[in-house]
Design a protein around this ligand. Structure first.
Ligand SMILES: [Ca+2]
Length: 234
């Protein structure tokens, strides 16, 4: 009888211990689940309020104030496979300029077409050359520091593009040679008109660009910068 009682008491004790373990485990899991949920809530930030779509759609698109170089060659880069006698391919910006007329000075003067492009975007900006009013044709002539055998010209048109009708290159001795005459295909603004041609058999240190200026009220063609590409004799 006493043995039976002892066995029953032992069984009850074991059951009590098991119940305690199960209870503690449940408490532990329940609390850890809560902690995990709390950690997850901290790690996941509350999403920012979504702006109404109309706020973006109602904005007027603004052109990017960038000027893309159509031929990303760097100055003094040897041309792969070229004959050494051709020298080094150079890209250079104008260092001086004159024009048939200037809308104003120093704003809109010929000098505004020297150096790198600096007109922020398409538009009537004083950082580009603009001719005076109502002349059917006007010209801009830019000069470069290093005479080269020219093989390309990049004309940065920053307002009313597509009006170049002729491009001439000038030898250091003053002789002019026409390398383009026709319809400027540039339609984007700002845009680049970039005639390319075989290396000239003479050195070039200046470029003359002729533009047509219709007598309509649309405004003037404006040129922001001019780049000369060619081989500097070694
Ligand atoms: Ca400029």
């Amino acid at each position: 009888m006493a043995r039976t009682v002892l066995l029953a008491a032992g069984g009850a004790l074991v059951a009590l211990c098991l119940a305690s373990v199960v209870g503690l485990a449940g408490y532990y899991l329940a609390n850890h689940q809560t902690i995990d949920q709390a950690l997850q809530a901290v790690a996941t930030p509350t999403p920012a309020p979504t702006r109404p779509a109309t706020s973006a759609l109602s904005r007027t698109p603004t052109p990017e104030p960038t000027v893309t170089v159509s031929r990303p060659l760097t100055a003094s880069t040897p041309l792969a496979g070229a004959s050494p006698t051709r020298g080094v391919l150079r890209e250079q910006w104008a260092v001086a300029a004159t024009a048939s007329s200037e809308f104003a000075s120093p704003q809109f003067s010929a000098a505004q077409a020297t150096g790198m492009p600096n007109t922020p975007r398409c538009g009537d900006f004083e950082t580009a050359w603009a001719s005076a009013k109502r002349n059917p044709q006007e010209w801009l002539e830019v000069r470069f520091a290093v005479p080269v055998r020219a093989t390309g010209i990049v004309i940065y048109e920053s307002f009313r593009p597509g009006r170049v009708v002729q491009v001439d290159v000038r030898e250091p001795n003053g002789t002019l040679h026409t390398i383009f005459k026709g319809k400027d295909p540039t339609t984007t603004c700002p845009g680049q008109f970039a005639p390319q041609f075989p290396p000239t058999p003479f050195l070039v240190n200046a470029v003359r660009i002729t533009v047509e200026e219709p007598t309509d009220p649309e405004g003037f063609a404006e040129i922001d910068a001019v780049q000369l590409i060619g081989y500097e004799p070694s």
